[in-house]
Design a protein around this ligand. Structure first.
Ligand code: MN
Length: 302
């Protein structure tokens, strides 16, 4: 059994002080501190992830929780996190659903149990907490290391599905996640769990998939999946990377540094593009059912 806590600087210092006398040598660049106490091994990585493993790990972990003033909830969290350390997981996540410009991207990644330590050392976490620059470095590494699948729903298809077929965003997400999982399952043999970063309930998810020929049934929708499963975190980084690349191409095509999201900057960009392009042009560069589009058109026509 292994236990993991993501530490802050102060907590790290407290632990290092306490186990200073049990310090053992470490041989790689990723490790900050290692100690052996009775049968258990404590490792703190430079990313400030702490892992306790080996016989007596639970006692040592309890001691550390006591030291840091973490209570019983900490225990519950530990169980949640430790389950993953012994599991091979397929994880999926999506990007672009809140961006007026650009596609919707869903990616999936398979993290087999034996690759978990390597990913922890890379400092893999939710893509929202990682800036674009870091994404560009991490994603290619992950894509080389892990079996993965990426689906990009371009704007033409998105606008067709929403306008003509009347699909909502959640249905679109469900279809893409289901597809990504299906793609991965054709190459991944031994997995323990399939985890989708939850965007709806499980019941609704399968309602959206009604009418699909292929439905992968043994999936779990986990809230904040990216902070609980490395496979979901990896998928979020890969999806983000694919989105950034598509977004760049799109900016070049339009000849404008397009803004992300759906805020005021987006409205200004729409207004600017409308000066030289027809409304129909937006079918190929944006999600035209976002409120931004109507709003700007109404304003500009006054
Ligand atoms: Mn997500």
């Amino acid at each position: 059994m292994s236990y993991r806590i993501n530490l802050n600087d102060k907590q790290m210092t407290e632990i290092v002080n306490k186990y200073q006398d049990y310090r053992i040598a470490h041989t790689n660049n990723y490790t900050l501190f290692r100690a052996k106490y009775k049968m258990a091994t404590l490792t703190i990585f430079k990313t400030l992830t702490m892992i306790v493993q080996g016989g007596g790990a639970k006692e040592m972990y309890n001691d550390i929780c006591g030291l840091l003033g973490l209570d019983a909830t900490c225990e519950a969290e530990a169980i949640n996190k430790t389950t993953e350390l012994n599991l091979s997981v397929i994880g999926t996540d999506e990007v672009g659903t809140g961006d007026f410009f650009g596609p919707v991207v869903v990616a999936g990644a398979f993290v087999p149990e034996n690759k978990i330590p390597a990913l922890i050392r890379l400092g893999i976490k939710d893509s929202k907490q990682v800036n674009d620059e870091k994404i560009r470095i991490l994603a290619p590494k992950l894509m080389k290391e892990l079996q993965h699948s990426i689906l990009v729903l371009d704007n033409v298809k998105y606008n067709y599905l929403t306008r003509i077929r009347h699909y909502n965003m959640n249905k679109i997400k469900a279809l893409l996640h289901n597809n990504v999982v299906y793609n991965l399952m054709s190459t991944v043999k031994n997995y323990d769990r399939i985890v989708i970063d939850a965007f709806t309930t499980k019941d609704k998810y399968f309602e959206y998939l009604k009418g699909e020929k292929i439905k992968i049934a043994n999936v779990e929708l986990v809230e904040k999946g990216e902070s609980k499963f490395l496979a979901v975190a990896a998928a979020s980084i890969i999806a983000r990377y694919a989105f950034i690349c598509e977004f760049e191409k799109l900016s070049q095509k339009v000849g404008l540094d397009l803004p992300k999201g759906a805020g005021n900057k987006v409205d200004l960009a729409i207004s600017k593009i409308l000066k030289s392009q027809s409304e129909r042009y937006f079918d190929i560069i944006s999600k035209t059912n976002f409120k931004n589009f109507e709003r700007v058109k109404r304003k500009d026509s006054n």
